[in-house]
Design a protein around this ligand. Structure first.
Ligand code: PEP
Ligand code: MN
Length: 369
């Protein structure tokens, strides 16, 4: 994806931060138009609404389908806003293009499906339309699958591509509905610096009270925009009602957001601090290398004394002592636990490798005999 073009509609580049808002689902013409009018008053330029809804189980509201596209057309005419919807197969793309939808997005269940992605890519190629497409991360935290979905579109000639980070499904939700796993979108940014990445705080948090803070967090991390669900009467929404907000609330949230878009030449003091970070990272690497070396020696000892690689009690002690020590220095406990378990995993891998190699050697020896 070397030759991406900026996200643009009708030849006009989208200003950053890109803010897209509208209901999870188009329900009725009145709900769509009322919400859109409120959003237009709030200065929103791109209206979203789900026309086809991928529901987890059958029997739920599966979207109004093609009639909803005519309501979207009315939104364009009455408010001047551009309109966006989700497509999941060839017939969705064909209908959306027929009704002049301005921007398409691919949902999380679809980006996880290479067959569907290829079908959509082929259909867009055949249409020859220059339409921006945003690809949500797949439901599972698989960066390659996310990138693969975008590459299928890119290979089909879609150059106005963007990504949407909507968090990842989890069996054990914490405060958020979806786990943000920020590492994934940040790695995506590192690999494709020109790819715009938009955050979806509605689907990440699943709760309207948490949208403002998560939106600011995303902007602080350098996201290029936000897609936020809004509804003229959120409590009565037919889908995702806990995470929808009124256009008036959206207006307040957006007004209070700070978009830091100053990639200026770093000041002297910042350069200095960065140099300090570089030094500290090098020290960390040295310490880790030393630790792994000792781990290997311990592995050798265990091997010679026929001891198992993992000793649960020892691991438990390490965890609790280190986490306490780290907390006393102001380091977040969860973060420390995460680091320690990663280091421990690597030590175990090294020690297991050692015993595998020694088994192979002794097998070879006995075969030679
Ligand atoms: C949506 O945007 O309403 C939607 C269905 O989102 P996701 O694909 O992220 O679940
Ligand atoms: Mn939704």
């Amino acid at each position: 994806m070397e030759q991406l073009l900026p996200l643009a509609i009708d030849g006009v580049e989208l200003a950053k931060p890109i803010i897209i808002s509208g209901p999870c689902s188009a329900e009725t013409e009145e709900q769509v138009l009322r919400t859109a009018q409120g959003l237009a008053r709030a200065g929103i330029k791109i209206f979203r609404a789900g026309i086809w809804k991928p529901r987890t189980k059958p029997g739920g509201f599966e979207g109004v389908g093609v009639p909803g596209l005519a309501w979207m057309r009315k939104v364009r005419e009455q408010t001047g806003m551009k309109v966006a919807t989700e497509v999941a197969n060839r017939s969705h793309v064909e209908s959306a293009l027929e009704y002049d939808v301005d921007l398409l997005w691919i949902g999380a269940r679809t980006s996880a499906n290479p067959f569907a992605m290829q079908e959509i890519a082929d259909c867009l190629k055949e249409s020859g339309k220059d339409i921006p497409v945003l690809v949500k991360n797949p439901v599972n935290p698989d960066l390659e699958l996310w990138i693969g979905a975008m590459q299928r579109l890119y290979n089909a000639g879609v150059r106005r591509l963007g990504a949407i980070h909507r968090g990842f499904s989890t069996y054990n939700p914490g405060i958020y509905r979806n786990d943000p796993h920020w590492r994934l979108p940040l790695e995506l940014r590192r690999r494709y610096p020109d790819l715009p990445i938009i955050c979806d705080p509605s689907h990440i948090t699943g709760k309207r009270e948490l949208i403002a803070s998560l939106s600011q967090q995303a902007l602080d991390m350098g996201f290029d925009g936000l897609i936020i669900e809004s509804h003229c009467d959120p409590d009565c929404a037919w889908s995702d009602k806990n995470q929808q907000i009124t256009p008036e609330v959206l207006n307040v949230i957006v007004d209070n957001l700070v978009f830091r878009d100053a990639p200026t030449i770093p000041a002297e003091s910042l350069t200095h601090m960065r140099r300090r970070i570089d030094e500290l990272d090098n020290e960390l690497i040295e310490v880790l290398a030393k630790r792994m070396k000792v781990s290997k020696e311990i592995g050798q000892y265990k091997l010679e004394h026929n001891m198992p690689v993992v000793q649960a009690a020892r691991y438990g002690d390490i965890m609790s002592n280190r986490v306490l020590a780290a907390a006393s220095q102001g380091i977040n406990e969860e973060f420390m636990r995460h680091i320690l378990s990663t280091i421990h995993e690597e030590s175990v891998r090294i020690q297991v490798e050692l015993s595998e190699n020694s088994e192979k050697k002794s097998k070879k020896k006995s075969e030679e005999k």
